[in-house]
Design a protein around this ligand. Structure first.
Ligand SMILES: Nc1ncnc2c1ncn2[C@@H]1O[C@H](COP(=O)(O)OP(=O)(O)OP(=O)(O)O)[C@@H](O)[C@H]1O
Ligand SMILES: [Mg+2]
Length: 323
């Protein structure tokens, strides 16, 4: 799903590399925390994946696409395959909550009637249906971040990348946002999240990759704990775990449909998906593009994960059209 092989990046004027021979393989549907001290290279790694920055050497393959082959003019198309969430939300201040989410779908070429059907479903998913007509300035930080997440997942990306999504939020709101990300991951989206939040990492016990001085110094594949170096030292907060508080009213008390976020592009492993009719966010366009049968591995999934879809490959264009 995401593969970095010996990726090195030194910014111009810097004496040391921001990333130093980083190799990382993230499987479909994984939830990975990327941790490390300030300046360790977390955001640089994210920028490699979003192609905001180009590595000096090494190979990056995302969702079957070899980024070496994504030409500059196709970068926006490529980015639309990813959901990206930032610490500062990056919402459009002059547009309402509804319009912010709708805009992401508009630029992806979705029709107005599809947008009008999809946006309320996504807003319901993030618990903000009642704030659809509000402007970002009238929302709390946590609510703004939920709009940002709604906007990112509306196009049903297979991969969601979040660079310190909880950096500006209080403790309870941080937990709500992480809970929402976890829910999105449960629906089948691969998550890569950078954070400095030790409690959240330790409570979730997902995979934890630690960067230090641009190198991967620890990769705890399961039950990961917050760790800033490669040692086996157990951190203080793990010895006294904090209780996880979830305000269910904020995220919606009603049971959420098991799969509102439906993968739409090439999956290297079989995807067990619900029927289209059971999926509230799934659009007509996506249904047409990727017919999925319940619990039936798609033929494409037989393709080895290592087979990149290159810029010249028709598979790439087929995937791009449905985004
Ligand atoms: N645009 C840039 N130009 C030059 N150097 C940069 C640039 N962006 C990052 N760096 C340097 O690269 C290194 C890694 O920075 P990066 O932003 O990836 O760290 P980080 O782990 O995300 O830190 P933080 O936790 O503070 O966000 C740092 O030494 C930083 O100064
Ligand atoms: Mg950063």
């Amino acid at each position: 799903m995401i593969l970095l092989d010996q990726v090195t990046k030194t910014y111009r004027g810097d004496a040391h590399p921001a990333l130093d021979h980083v190799s990382l393989h993230i499987e479909p549907n994984e939830f990975v925390f990327l941790v490390g001290q300030s300046g360790a290279g977390k955001s640089t790694l994210i920028k490699m994946i979003t192609k905001e920055e180009i590595p000096d050497s090494g190979k990056i393959i995302v969702g079957g696409i070899d980024l070496d082959y994504v030409k500059k003019r196709y970068i926006p198309h490529y980015r639309r395959r990813l959901g990206v969430v930032f610490q500062d939300y990056k919402l459009l201040p002059g547009r309402t909550v509804f319009e912010n989410v709708a805009f992401a779908l508009e630029i992806a070429g979705m029709s107005n009637s599809e947008i009008n059907k999809t946006v309320p479903k996504v807003l319901e998913l993030v618990g903000l249906l009642d704030k659809a007509k509000k402007f970002p300035r009238h929302l709390s930080g946590g609510e703004q971040q939920r709009v940002s997440i709604a906007r990112s997942v509306a196009r049903q990306p297979k991969i969601l990348i979040a660079d310190e999504p909880t950096g500006n939020l209080d403790k309870l709101t941080r937990e709500e946002i992480i809970d929402l990300l976890k829910k999105i991951n449960d629906f089948g989206t691969t998550l890569l999240v950078t954070t400095h939040d030790e409690n959240i990492v330790n409570n979730l016990q997902k995979r934890v990759v630690t960067l230090k001085d641009g190198r991967v110094v620890a990769d705890q594949k399961i039950h990961g704990i917050y760790r800033l170096d490669g040692s086996g030292k157990i951190t203080e907060s793990l010895k006294t775990p904090t209780r996880r508080i979830v305000r269910t009213t904020e995220l919606g008390k009603r049971p959420i449909n098991p799969s509102p976020i439906q993968p739409v592009a090439v999956a290297p492993t079989p995807v067990v998906a619900p029927t289209a009719s059971a999926n509230p966010v799934r659009t007509t366009a996506a249904r047409t593009a990727t017919p999925v049968k319940a619990a039936t591995p798609r033929r494409r999934s037989a393709r080895p994960a290592t087979t990149p879809v290159t810029a010249k490959d028709p598979r790439r264009y087929r995937a791009r059209r449905v985004i």
